[in-house]
Design a protein around this ligand. Structure first.
Ligand SMILES: C[S@@+](CC[C@H](N)C(=O)[O-])C[C@H]1O[C@@H](n2cnc3c(N)ncnc32)[C@H](O)[C@@H]1O
Ligand SMILES: O=c1cc(-c2ccc(O)cc2)oc2c(O)c(O)ccc12
Length: 363
C-alpha cells in the first residue's frame, strides 16, 4: 500500500482501526457475560434509581481491592447500549459526591432474573466454552475432509450427541431454548395469534422440552397440540388436556395433523434434508381438512448491504449453524426453492419476530 497523501494515510489508519475493532469484537459479549455473572442488571434494578459507581461497587460480590475496574467494565457496557448514565437526584449534587448513576436500558431489562421474557439462559449457552471452542477450529475444519462441522473437529462428536452425555450442558441448552420459546410465544400471541386461529391440531416437530408448546396450547384450549421430538428428549415430560409429548424421528414418521410447526429446527439441516422433512410434512397434513399448513419460525435473510444490524445478526447465526450443525440461514429465494422442491403450492412470510419471521407454507 503506497502512502502518498493524507487520504491514503487516513485509509491506512481506518483500516487498522477496522481490523482491531474486529479482533476485539468479542469484548462486548464477554463483558456482558461478566456483568450477568455478577448480577449487575439485577443489582441496578433492585436499587430502583440511577445507581452511582460507588453504590454499585459496594453492592457487588467482588474483591473490593478490584473496585477500580468496575468503572471500566461499565464504560464499555454503556457504550454497547446495555446501561445509560443518568443524573442522580439533586440531594447527591454536593461537592465530592457523585452526580451520575447507571440505569438499565430495554436490552439489559431483558436480562433481569425476574423479567418474564428474560433471555439470559440463551445468551449464556451461546457463550459456553463448549460452543465457543469450535470457532477456533473453523479453518482447520475447512482444510480437513473428515468432520461434519468445526464442533465435531473440536469435540469429536456432533453437538446433540455431546449434549445428551453432559447433563449440565443439556440443562443449559434446554433453559436457553425455553427462554426463547417464552419470548417468541408471547410475541406471537400478542401480534399474530391468527396463525393458530381455526386450527384443530398442530404437531410441533423438534419442539424440545415444550415451553413454546405450553404457551400456545394454553392460549388455544381447543387446539390439540403435539410436541414431537426425539424419544430421549420428551421422555418423562408431562402434557396437559390438549398438549401431549410424542417421541419419534421426523425422518421416519410425522403424526397426521392439520398443521405442522417448526421453530428453530430447519436451520439445523441442509437443503436435501429439509426437502425430505417437508415432503413428510406434506404427507402428514394432506389427508386432513382444509387449512392444512406448515408453520416455520426461522430467519429469512435480509438482502440489504452490510451495515444493517439485523442482517449482521442473521449472518452471525448463519456462521453459528456452520460451526455447530449442518444447516444454514436462508433467504426468501432459498426458502421458496425448498418449498417448491418439496411440492408445496405457495407460502407467505410474516416478518413479525425481529430477526426471525413466521412463514406459512401451503400444500
Ligand atoms: C434447536 S432445537 C429447537 C427446539 C425448539 N423447537 C425451540 O425452538 O426451542 C432442535 C430440536 O430438534 C430436535 N431434533 C433433532 N433431530 C430430530 C429428529 N430426527 N426428529 C425430531 N426432532 C429432532 C432436537 O432434539 C431439538 O430439540
Ligand atoms: O443455543 C443453542 C445451543 C445448541 C447446542 C449447543 C451445544 C450442544 O452440544 C448442542 C446444541 O444448539 C442450538 C441450536 O441447534 C439452535 O438451532 C439454536 C440454538 C442452539
Amino acid at each position: 500500500m503506497a502512502l502518498q497523501n493524507d487520504e491514503s494515510f487516513s485509509v491506512l489508519l481506518d483500516s487498522q482501526a477496522h481490523i482491531l475493532n474486529h479482533a476485539y469484537s468479542f469484548v462486548r459479549s464477554m463483558s456482558l457475560k461478566c456483568a450477568i455473572e455478577l448480577e449487575i442488571p439485577d443489582i441496578i434494578n433492585r436499587h430502583g434509581a440511577p445507581m452511582s459507581l460507588s453504590e454499585l461497587v459496594d453492592a457487588l460480590p467482588i474483591n473490593k481491592e478490584r473496585s477500580q475496574y468496575v468503572y471500566r467494565l461499565m464504560r464499555i457496557l454503556v457504550h454497547a447500549g446495555f446501561f445509560v448514565i443518568q443524573s442522580l437526584p439533586t440531594t447527591k449534587g454536593v461537592d465530592g459526591e457523585e452526580r451520575e448513576g447507571y440505569s438499565l436500558t430495554p436490552s439489559s431489562r431483558l436480562l433481569l432474573k425476574d423479567e418474564a421474557l428474560n433471555i439470559t439462559p440463551l445468551f449464556l449457552v451461546f457463550l459456553d466454552p463448549i460452543m465457543m471452542d469450535p470457532w477456533q477450529n473453523m479453518s482447520k475444519w475447512l482444510r480437513n475432509d473428515n468432520d461434519v462441522n468445526p464442533f465435531q473437529t473440536t469435540h469429536g462428536k456432533m453437538a446433540y450427541e455431546l449434549a445428551v452425555e453432559d447433563p449440565k450442558l443439556y440443562q443449559s441448552i434446554n433453559e436457553g431454548m425455553a427462554s426463547d420459546g417464552r419470548l417468541v410465544a408471547s410475541v406471537i400471541l400478542q401480534h399474530c395469534k391468527g396463525i393458530f386461529e381455526g386450527l384443530a391440531s398442530v404437531v410441533d416437530i423438534g419442539g424440545g422440552t415444550g415451553t413454546f408448546a405450553k404457551y400456545i396450547a394454553e392460549a388455544f384450549p381447543n387446539l390439540s397440540y403435539i410436541n414431537f421430538d426425539l424419544p430421549q428428549v420428551v421422555k418423562g415430560l408431562e402434557g396437559s388436556k390438549n398438549l401431549s409429548f410424542v417421541g419419534g424421528d421426523m425422518f421416519e414418521t410425522i403424526p397426521k395433523t392439520q398443521a405442522v410447526l417448526f421453530k428453530w429446527v430447519l436451520h439445523n439441516w441442509n437443503d436435501e434434508e429439509c426437502v425430505e422433512i417437508l415432503k413428510r410434512c406434506k404427507e402428514a397434513i394432506s389427508t386432513k381438512e382444509n387449512g392444512g399448513k406448515v408453520i416455520i419460525i426461522e430467519m429469512v435473510l435480509k438482502d440489504e448491504e452490510s451495515g444493517n444490524k439485523t442482517l449482521e445478526t442473521q449472518l452471525f447465526f448463519d456462521m453459528f449453524e456452520l460451526t455447530l450443525a449442518k444447516g444454514r440461514q436462508r433467504s426468501e429465494k432459498d426458502w421458496a426453492k425448498l418449498f417448491h422442491d418439496a411440492c408445496f403450492s405457495g407460502y407467505k412470510i410474516y416478518p413479525v419476530l425481529g430477526i426471525r419471521s413466521v412463514i406459512e407454507v401451503y400444500p
